[in-house]
Design a protein around this ligand. Sequence first.
Ligand code: HEM
Length: 172
Amino acid sequence: MDWLEFGVQWLHVIVAVFWFGGTMFLDFVVMPTLHEAPPASSRDFGRRLAPRMAMLMRAAALIVIVLGVVRGIAWGPRNAAGTGFDFASQYGMTWSLSIVLAIAIAAVGDGAIVRTMRKLYGDDALWSYASTGGPPPAAFSALTGRLRTWSIVQLVLFVAVFTCMILMRFGF
Ligand code: HEM
């Protein structure tokens, strides 16, 4: 067994589990709970959650992508001349698609989801209904709607990249 390959794959998979699993936990457990919590508690928790989540997810994305690239190039299939990674193979194409998908996931996370969370939790005016009562303002509902839409897009992309991982495991 090649222990370096083992180590790279081990780290790739465990950080990917954190990235994908953390996102699913956020989408299916944390966000629905925040919507049910009293607005003031939801705002205070969201304000603390957003920066920590942004930093950890960004680091996880970087580690997963770099190790995935290294794993493919160093231990993936060789080209006919034996000079390097076979980009033109089915495996090489799935691997290339995985890079595109993972970058899209990171861009949606960092560009759309984190930015929307910053707007939602950073603007005191959006949360004034927490003390005055009544329904949240229209801008609040627009931001939570945007958050939901981008979370679904990100989950679909995660499922696609995960499928690529399993395909490569079987040589595709
Ligand atoms: C969210 C993103 C990702 C997740 C959740 C993920 C997850 C996984 C998992 C679970 C495996 C183990 C598959 C198995 O042995 O059955 C794996 C392997 C692998 N991943 Fe990723 N991965 C991600 C992104 C990437 C990216 C961006 C690349 C780079 C192109 C990549 C390249 C690889 C390679 C080359 C393997 C080894 C496949 C093989 O030959 O068996 N991964 N990944």
